[in-house]
Design a protein around this ligand. Sequence first.
Ligand SMILES: C[S@@+](CC[C@H](N)C(=O)[O-])C[C@H]1O[C@@H](n2cnc3c(N)ncnc32)[C@H](O)[C@@H]1O
Length: 251
Amino acid sequence: MPSSYLYTDLSAYYDLMCADINYHAQSYGVRRLHQLFGNEGNAHLDLACGTGPHVRYFIDFGYQSSGLDINQPMLEQAKTRCPEAQFTLGDMCDFQVDEPLDLITCFLYSIHYSATIEQLKQCIVSAHRALKPGGVFCFNSVDKTKIDNTLAERHDLTREDSFFTFRSAWHYCGDGEQQSLKLSITKTTDGITQSWDDEHPMVAVSFEDLASLLQPYFDVHILEHDYEKIMPWDKSSGNAIFVCVKTLTPG
Ligand SMILES: C[S@@+](CC[C@H](N)C(=O)[O-])C[C@H]1O[C@@H](n2cnc3c(N)ncnc32)[C@H](O)[C@@H]1O
């Protein structure tokens, strides 16, 4: 049974779960990609912005940065982190902006929260509509054909008087357009352990399929999943960064 507490009831633990992520390196890497592939504008929107760590860095780089997320508890934390930014409660599969943008980002594989291919297409259309010509849509993705269901990430952390263990893993049954992200949190305080399991339904695509969905709207560059080096995707790794430059008219 899918469940998704992490972004609502458990949102206070989200930043702890992500404590190992180098948000500065990710933001800096995408800024560099925008400088190389995009225009010189600074109007930025982060889709599925969560608690706003990337928005914070983009503002500090000089962008006019804003965020969109579907869960209000995540946005409350984002507002505290970035009081000068505008945050919108909304669905990345159907959003509109008042002023056209130069850069749209979507980090941490969140593009896959467009839970079906149809919704993913709507997300792509919304991003295309929101950008200026020459604007960039940049996100990372996992290829369904390369998911290894036996792999999981784990990290442990002590905060105040509690010990936390966070685990995450992709699961793909090998068929169809649905994969899931399994997350678990265990918290032990004074010898009492609580645990929560989340299972998030997400869209499953191969990079080939994803590129075909994007190509009517964007010039698509698929890069190795390394925010510190810019290298074309080697066609074998299962994670990649997509840099999509808005073409003048949909093809
Ligand atoms: C893995 S978190 C990533 C948050 C942030 N981008 C980061 O890198 O820390 C995924 C985020 O996607 C949001 N989300 C899920 N489905 C969404 C949708 N359809 N539209 C907008 N946000 C969504 C969740 O609320 C959550 O904040």
